[in-house]
Design a binder for this molecule. Structure first.
Ligand code: F6R
Length: 607
């Protein structure tokens, strides 16, 4: 979950690396560092805290002539987030420097063995063990791929790393196992990084490394090898259509705000090529050769899990498919009874979430087909699933997921229609109203977003002092209430719980008092009368209520928040940004670090 960038080319490497690290900072940001080989030695710069601390250190240096090097931004897994544990790490003779993402699970055993052989360690990290091992390998052979292969044969766990050597300035070696790593191929320059935005401003030509692969590169050449056999592997260079602008803030104060406002575009992109409006059909050719599942297991974490919960209501109602929605970290350790006609749908924005990947591997190990729904082309979820459906959200930089969930909801909705059609159970008016509704949705949302933001900002002044919040909903709005609570807690640090409105009277209502507000989803649907009764119960205990509602619902609450009425589940696409903007404005009002909330990282590649 750390960020890695390595560069070899014709430009001064330090600014390229620092710039790349800035784009990767969302992957982890408790320390940062870089190293390069110059004049027969390794030059190392590290700092605990955010990247700007490292930048301050570098600013006091005189001109640096290096044109290659490696950089890292860290999210601690082993050892405190201090300078000593920051990457890069060196071997005992300071000949090698290495940056690493992942966890070496048997590092303790390896470390003890190395200590017995006379090695001294400078940090508490598992990474340092890896660079020491490679150094030992180089005592047996002068070939770097051979030494790396020898070292990795002893390592258990996950890694993506990049390595440099003082004797070979310009050369970079990198390898991956269960952690993302890719190669950016430029003209007279090449990159290795854990994520595309790190080098997107220089090249859009990408080679996705697979588990068990090792790359050796310099400014003008690169070659991929199998780590095990050291045989060369032929790789395809893929063109990535993302533009640099998309990976930057585009005039918004925060990535989160920009990404919320991108949702109309995201909906358009997700629908592109998916709706045959003439024949009123949904096109998901990726799945045409798979039977409609007898039961669906949706496996995901966090926001993606909430998207799965939301979709359950649709799949059951319109596709007549029974659905279990599972938190991936629980799914992977259950004694699963899966039948051959069942299917796992793994939802992951990043495509790298360790628990979701474990769920995929478990299901496939039991002979169950897996469909991945993910946002990152070439990610591990995409590669390891039997079929993949890409959400078209573009790079999501803010740690709090917003537009990615929107894209997941669109694709899950389409998938329901698609399977409902194949099962011949989808009411025709549902299909035509959905197709029609989706066509106008992006424009309506575009007009409405500034108004939603204004209202959210005014409510934040009223409610930012609250210590706790309930988010309540029923039916399809219940998962959205859970998402509203997650967004609020993760970026504003206000405690929040998402509840099924009908469940309040079974315990949680005891907490209600004037200082404990409730955010209710009281939309004009068949469950509105029930939600109204639940809100009366809250009111009777002196609780203040914000209610997201539709015109003419005659709702008497402290702060009604009216949004335009759409058709059926399309209303969720208005509710979702309202919840996101409420959390956003609360966090901004409280002066929180919206894009990089404390203790979190964008892509959770450890258990
Ligand atoms: C919350 C958030 C997380 C992710 C979760 C799964 O805003 O972003 O809860 O949704 O870590 O991540 P992916 O979807 O990348 O598997």
């Amino acid at each position: 979950m750390c960020g890695i960038i390595a560069y070899s080319g014709h430009r001064p490497s330090v600014p390229v690396i620092v710039e790349g690290l800035k784009r990767l900072e969302y992957r982890g940001y408790d320390s940062a560092g870089l190293a390069f080989a110059l004049s027969g030695q390794i030059h190392l710069y590290r700092a605990s805290g955010k990247l700007e601390v490292l930048e301050e250190k570098l600013a006091s240096e005189t001109i640096i002539h290096a044109t290659s090097g490696i950089g890292h931004t860290r999210w601690a897994t082993h050892g405190l987030p201090n300078e000593q544990n920051a990457h890069p790490h060196l071997d005992p003779t300071r000949k090698l420097a290495l940056v690493h993402n992942g966890i070496i699970e048997n590092f303790q055993k390896l470390r003890e063995k190395l200590i017995k052989q006379g090695h001294e360690f400078q940090s508490e990290t598992d990474t340092e063990v890896l660079v020491h091992l490679i150094a030992r390998g180089l005592q047996k052979t002068s070939s770097f791929p051979e030494a790396i292969s020898w070292a990795l044969s002893q390592v258990e766990g996950s890694y993506a790393f990049a390595l440099i050597c003082k004797d070979h300035p310009g050369k970079i070696w990198a390898a991956r196992q269960s952690s993302p790593l890719l190669l950016g191929v430029g003209t007279g320059e090449n990159f290795v990084a854990s994520d595309i935005p790190a080098f997107l401003q220089y090249t859009k030509e990408v080679v996705f490394l697979e588990d068990g692969e090792l790359v050796e590169m310099d400014a003008s050449s690169w070659q991929v090898y199998s780590i095990k056999t050291l045989k060369p592997v032929t790789k395809k260079v893929q063109h990535i259509a993302w533009d640099v602008q998309a990976a930057q803030k585009g005039g918004f104060k925060h990535f989160m705000l920009k990404e919320i406002f991108e949702q109309p575009r995201v909906i358009r992109d997700c629908l592109a090529g998916r709706l045959d409006r003439k024949d009123e059909r949904v096109l998901l050719a990726e799945l045409d050769d798979l039977p409609v599942p007898g039961r669906l297991h949706i496996v995901a974490c966090g926001t993606s899990y909430h998207a799965g919960l939301w979709a359950k209501y649709l799949f059951e109602k319109w596709a007549h498919i029974p659905v279990e929605v599972e938190i991936a970290s629980e799914f992977r350790y259950r004694h699963l009874i899966l039948n051959p006609d069942e299917l796992v749908l793994a939802i992951s924005q990043s495509g790298e979430t360790a628990d979701t990947l474990a769920g995929i591997r478990l299901a496939r190990g039991k002979g169950i087909k897996v469909v991945g729904l993910c946002n990152v082309v070439g990610s591990t979820v995409a590669r390891e699933s039997d079929r993949v459906i890409y959400t078209q959200a573009g790079p999501e930089i803010s740690v709090a997921s917003t537009k990615a969930m929107c894209s997941q909801l669109v694709l899950l909705y389409l998938l329901t229609l698609y399977w409902g059609q194949r099962q011949r159970v989808l009411p025709h008016d549902v299909l035509s109203r959905s197709i029609h509704g989706f066509s106008s949705l992006p424009d309506i949302l575009e007009t409405e977003l500034p108004r939603l933001r204004e209202k959210a900002a005014s409510l934040s002044q009223e409610y930012a002092r609250a210590r706790s919040f309930f988010f309540l909903g029923r039916g399809i709005n219940y998962p959205l209430a859970m998402e509203g609570a997650l967004k609020l807690k993760e970026i504003s640090y206000i405690h929040a719980e998402g509840y099924a409105a009908g469940e309040m009277k079974h315990g949680p209502i005891a907490l209600i008092e004037p200082a404990f507000p409730t955010f209710a989803l009281a939309l004009n649907d068949e469950l509105l009368p029930k939600v109204k009764s639940n809100l009366k119960e809250v009111e009777a205990r002196g609780g203040k209520i914000i209610a997201l509602t539709h015109p003419r619902t005659d709702l008497k609450v402290t702060h009604p928040w009216e949004i335009p009425l759409l058709w059926g589940p399309l209303n969720s696409f208005m509710v979702l940004p309202a919840l996101q903007l409420f959390a956003y404005e609360m966090a901004v009002y409280l002066g929180k670090d919206v894009d990089q909330p404390r203790n979190l990282a964008k892509s959770v590649t450890v258990e």
